[in-house]
Design a protein around this ligand. Structure first.
Ligand code: SAM
Length: 270
């Protein structure tokens, strides 16, 4: 019989995991050992925290909700290797990373309302991370794991895959949470590369071209690169781009691989 759950606060994105099989899949995909320090965003009722504490060397869990913290941090404290911090992860990140040693694994059922800020913050600290295993909205998981020519492939895909390999672990239906979210979910694993795989001459230009290319999804590269607020290519520059890369600018951004975006970004103009 499951323990009584607290009343969920929507404003904190509280959807508590109640499915043991999903918990097992998260744990198995995370390949945790006593050598790992794990960072969890959102203690909640501590269901995931306990499973992490049984396997990891150390677990740091951050919870923004003072009431949940007051109720569940003392329960998590039965594990001597767990430290719970009461605060907003987005504000606490700097303290957490400066206070922890080595590379961390982030394993969390994150609040969906701040998915993008969390991903951006984690990438800021990517040098301190080895892997990120997250429960996210299914649509976000699809965008992160998409291949070119897939309708989910876009700037988020490239932004994350520039730094990490990504794979979908499993889909998770709403019944696995209380309360049930309105959307389907999925577990993903990102392996942050210690060395960059892609090396554009200018990262700024590379990311601007990517943003520009997806600015108008149904438009050709020729049009987006000319019209987007991130790129200001003239007709002469586009001709040079096409000539030097051999890429057909009548293609749409969603058909280009990351390597092809690097080729476009590496064309320099005096
Ligand atoms: N880990 C628990 C589980 O799996 O059942 C809770 C997951 S629930 C989807 C997300 C948790 O993150 C909630 O406990 C919520 O209060 C907490 N949270 C929301 N925003 C946060 C933030 N900015 N920093 C830290 N925790 C946050």
């Amino acid at each position: 019989m499951a323990a009584k759950l607290p009343r969920a606060k929507k404003r904190f994105g509280q959807n508590f995991l109640v499915a043991e099989d999903v918990l097992r899949k998260i744990i198995s995909a995370s390949e945790i050992s006593r050598a790992d320090t794990v960072l969890e965003i959102g203690l909640g009722t501590g269901i995931l925290t306990a499973a992490l504490a049984e396997r990891a060397g150390q677990v740091i869990s951050v919870e923004i909700d003072r009431e949940l913290y007051a109720e569940y941090a003392p329960r998590a404290a039965i594990y001597p290797n767990v430290r719970v911090i009461c605060g907003d992860f987005l504000r606490e990140a700097e303290n957490i990373f400066s206070g922890a040693r080595g590379r961390l694994k982030v394993i969390a059922n994150i609040p969906y309302y701040i998915t993008t800020p969390i991903l951006e913050k984690l990438l800021e600290y990517r040098a301190r991370l080895s892997a990120i295993i997250l429960l996210v909205q299914k649509e976000v998981a699809e965008r992160i794991c998409a291949a070119p020519r897939n309708s989910a492939y876009g700037s988020l895909t490239i932004f994350l895959r520039y730094y990490a390999d990504a794979r979908l672990i499993c889909l998770v239906p709403p019944e696995c949470f209380r309360p049930r979210p309105q959307v389907d979910s999925a577990v993903i694993r990102l392996d942050v590369r210690p060395e960059l795989k892609y090396r554009p001459l200018s990262e700024k230009r590379f990311f601007n071209i990517v943003r520009g290319a997806f600015w108008g999804r149904r438009k050709t590269l020729r049009n987006t690169l000319k019209q987007s607020p991130y790129t200001h290519y003239t007709a002469a520059m586009l001709a040079k781009l096409e000539q030097e890369t051999g890429l057909d600018l009548n293609r749409r951004g969603e058909t280009l691989s990351i390597e092809e975006f690097v080729r476009l970004a590496d064309v320099e103009f005096a």
